[in-house]
Structures are given as C-alpha cells and as structure tokens.
Ligand binder design. Structure first.
Ligand code: ACO
Length: 319
C-alpha cells in the first residue's frame, strides 16, 4: 500500500513572459497550445539527486517512517547526475541507507509508471518490504534554449511515494497497485530523443522532438493502456476518484479524459504550474493533490504516462 507521498520543486520559477524574452514565443501561444504558464528550473549546481533527496525526505515524513525502514529505491530519471553510478545510490547514501537495493530506471516520461510497476512486482515477490519510488528530473539541462518548439514545454522537479508490501507475498493487494500495464515500441524512437549520449557522442546532447507526431500518437496510446486496466479489474471511468495523468500538455490530458469518459473534476492538473517534468510529473501531481486534501486513503487513483521510445503505461491503485 502507499504509505506516503512528497514532492520538491526548485525555487526558481521561469514564466512564459520571461521565455518570450529568450525565444520567439508568447505567453498566449504557450498557454493555448499546452496549458503551461510557468515551470521551475534547478539552480546552478543543483542536480537531479538534490531534487530526489528532498522529495524522498518529504515522502518519508509524510509516511511517518524512518529511512532505515526502506530496503528498495527505484528512481526513474532520464537526466541522472552522472552516466554512472545511478542517481538512486546517491539518494540511498544521502538517506543513510546501507542495506537493500537502489537503482535507476529509464523510460523517460513514462518512468514513474514503469518504476511503480517494477517496485510493486519486487515487493509482491516477497524479497523487499518497503520501497521509495522516485521520479526526478532536471530537463532544463538537456534543453536547447534556442529552440522554441521544445524549450517552452519542460521543467525540473521531483516526486516520491513510499510503497509497502502486503503481508502475504503473492496475494493481490486491496490497497496499493491493483494493476499495471506497460508498453514500448522502439519504432518511434526518433520522434522524441536526445541527440547525444556516452556511447554515441560522448556528450549529453539536447532533446529533439517531432511535437505533432508525439501528439498524434499520445491519446490513442494512453487510452489503450487505461482500457487494459479497466478490463483487468472490472473498474470503469465512474469508479475512479482521481485521474492523475502525466503532465505534458493540457490538450492531451483533456482529450484523453473525454475519450475515456472521466469527469473533468476528477482530473488532477499541475502542468500549468510545473510544465512537463517527465518522470517527476505524476508523483509531483500526487503530492499536490494529497497536500491539498483532495487525495484521501481508500481513493481509486488512475495514473498514465506516455513518452520517448515510445513508452507508455497505466497504473490503477487504491490509495
Ligand atoms: N511559440 C510560438 N510559435 C511556436 C512555438 C512557440 N513556442 N513552437 C512552435 N511554434 C510554431 C511552429 O513553428 C509552427 O509555425 P509554422 O506554422 O509557421 O511552421 C506553429 O507554431 C505550429 O506548430 P505545431 O508544431 O504544428 O504546433 P502544435 O499545435 O502541434 O503544438 C506542441 C506544438 C505544443 C509541441 C504540440 O505538438 C504538442 O504538445 N505535442 C506533444 C509534445 C509533448 O507533449 N511532448 C512532451 C514529451 S512526450 C509526452 O510527455 C507525452
């Protein structure tokens, strides 16, 4: 079951108006096409693990448990501090944990959904007891700040949840993850990618995207994996208390909710304030909904994400 949630956003806020002074764009264009009004940007020297550690500490405090109670850290990121070691082991060390396992997982914007599903399987196996599942990103570091078609879309941040195993390994949980459905299709890999990396260019590279192509595929892929979740559990759109989608674009979120028949007042939206924080967007949105008192124990919560690869997936969970 989910014991707690927390988030962290860098202090610096970059508004659309400021961006309009950097590239040929306007607040009106960005809001109309994406719903984004501002994003947070990590300070010089502030790295992904700094954001992840802050979010992890907030989640532990919210769960009311000690770091020593954690024996698994799965950290989703496409912007690690270094090529290796993993950002997860930096978080582990900062929390003073010397037992259990910690590793990074990379599925870009779908990272948190992939990480939650992975951690759930590892807990269900009976080999681990309590997991920190973290999404943390500093996409500001891989943006081409002269490219108006991409630099307006992303922000930095981190979110984390604490997940605990049900007492009976192998039995299905009545709280926590009820079902998850993950998909990938590498034929789409050049529609959204970073043009660098240790093996190809020995550099970090910049994010490149065919925005219209991503948009064209997004709603169909998202709704497919949500239909899979409904089929697997027997739940439907009316049963959902909160729909917490990956926060990439307001138009994609609204179109997905309409296609699925999920009422607009059940949709958690943070893209206006955070922009697209990739793997961090869902746990950040969960932390906002929990802090505002909307997300309550026992609620049925539907998560979905789609991103580079393409990768996409859904998680249905009982909070
Ligand atoms: N400001 C002003 N004009 C812009 C900007 C900008 N920031 N960016 C592009 N334009 C221009 C284009 O150059 C183009 O001009 P032209 O017609 O003279 O050539 C015009 O606006 C329209 O461009 P389109 O790309 O057709 O605009 P579209 O309506 O598709 O919106 C957007 C672009 C917002 C990127 C949209 O395609 C989108 O949201 N795609 C999904 C991408 C996404 O969310 N990716 C995130 C990662 S994947 C994920 O998380 C799901």
């Amino acid at each position: 079951m989910v014991l707690g949630v927390g988030g962290y956003l860098p202090e610096r806020v970059l508004t659309n108006a400021e961006l309009a002074g950097m590239v040929d764009t306007t607040d009106e264009w960005i809001v109309q096409r994406t719903g984004i009004r501002q994003r947070h940007i990590a300070a010089k020297g502030e790295v992904t693990s700094d954001l992840a550690i802050a979010a992890a500490k907030a989640a532990l405090a919210n769960a009311g448990i000690e770091a020593a109670d954690i024996d698994l850290i799965v950290l989703a990121t496409a912007t690690p501090d270094n090529t290796f070691p993993s950002t997860a082991v930096t978080v582990q060390a900062a929390l003073g944990i010397t037992h259990g396992a910690a590793f990074d997982l990379q599925a870009v914007c779908s990272g948190f959904v992939f990480a939650l599903s992975t951690a759930d399987c590892m807990l269900a196996s009976g080999r681990f007891r309590r997991a920190l599942v973290i999404g943390a990103e500093t996409f500001s570091r891989i943006l081409d700040w002269t490219d108006r078609t991409t630099c307006v879309l992303f922000g930095d941040g981190a979110g984390a949840v604490v997940l605990e195993r049900q007492e009976q390994p192998g039995t299905r949980a009545d709280r926590g993850v009820l079902t998850s459905h993950l998909r990938s299709d590498g034929r789409h890999k050049l529609k959204l990618y970073v043009d660098g990396g240790p093996s190809s260019t020995q550099s970090v590279g910049f994010l490149r995207m065919e925005g219209r192509e991503v948009f064209r595929h997004a709603v169909g892929m998202i709704t497919d994996v949500i239909e899979d979740a409904f089929k697997a559990t027997g739940y439907g759109p009316d049963d959902i208390d909160w729909f917490v989608p990956h926060q990439a674009n307001r138009r994609i979120i609204d179109a997905s909710a309409v296609k699925l028949g999920i009422a607009a007042d059940k949709v958690v939206i943070t893209v206006d304030r955070h922009a697209n924080t990739s793997a961090a967007s869902i746990p950040l949105a969960l932390s906002v909904a929990a802090a505002e008192g909307r997300l309550k124990p026992g609620n049925l919560v539907l998560l979905e994400a789609m991103g580079g690869g393409f990768t996409w997936g859904s998680v249905l969970l009982r909070w």
